[in-house]
Every structure is written in structure tokens, then in C-alpha cells.
Design a protein around this ligand. Sequence first.
Ligand SMILES: [Zn+2]
Length: 127
Amino acid sequence: MSDVPTKTCVACGRTMTWRKAWARSWDEVRYCSTACRRRGVGPVDLALEEALVTLLDGGRRGALIDADDATRVVAGRIPSPAEELREPARNAARRLVATGVAEIVVAGQVVDPSRARGPMALRRTSR
Ligand SMILES: [Zn+2]
């Protein structure tokens, strides 16, 4: 199981596991789904990522921030309501885990970003 290749979806930050349908194109696969391919990573997604990094840097070392807090920062600048930014903020949080910037913590434990459910708390990686 562990020798099946994996990579991270550039849009949602979830882990993609190699499957037969991708046999010929695995090297070029960037998105886990049609929805992620359509959505891509736009300016709002990048703004959410940036807001998360700012929040992470603003707190104490190792302090937890809530992914939802980034939605409030970004919603002030664009016409979308914060509610619509919740899932994009979670995607941004997963991308930060993929790039080694942050880790997601649930009930005091670092969790796999692909499996995190419910409120998403992040902190700077301790490395
Ligand atoms: Zn995806």
C-alpha cells in the first residue's frame, strides 16, 4: 500500500493516490478531480493562503489559528461573503501543509490534511 505513488492536488491540497486511469499521465496530473481542475487556484485562493500565513506569523510561536479567520480577512476585500470562502480557506490550509509551512491540529494531534474534518486549526510547522 505504502509503495503506491502519491502526490498533492495543487488546488485542494489533498493527497492523490496513483490509480490506473492515471497510468499514462501520472507525471502531468495536477488536480485530484474535475472540480479542482475547473476551480484551479485563483487570486482569492492565493489571498486566503496569504491571510493564513499572516495570521500564523502574527501569533505566538506554536499558537493555533482557525482557517475560518482567513475568510474574515479576505471577505473584507472582495464581494464574496465569508461563508463562501470557508472551503477555499480549508484548501489553502491544506496547500500550506503540502508546502511544509503549517500543520493541521485536531484535539492536540497533528492530522493528515486529507482526512481533517470539522473546524481546522493550524500552526506553523515546528521544524
Ligand atoms: Zn483537489
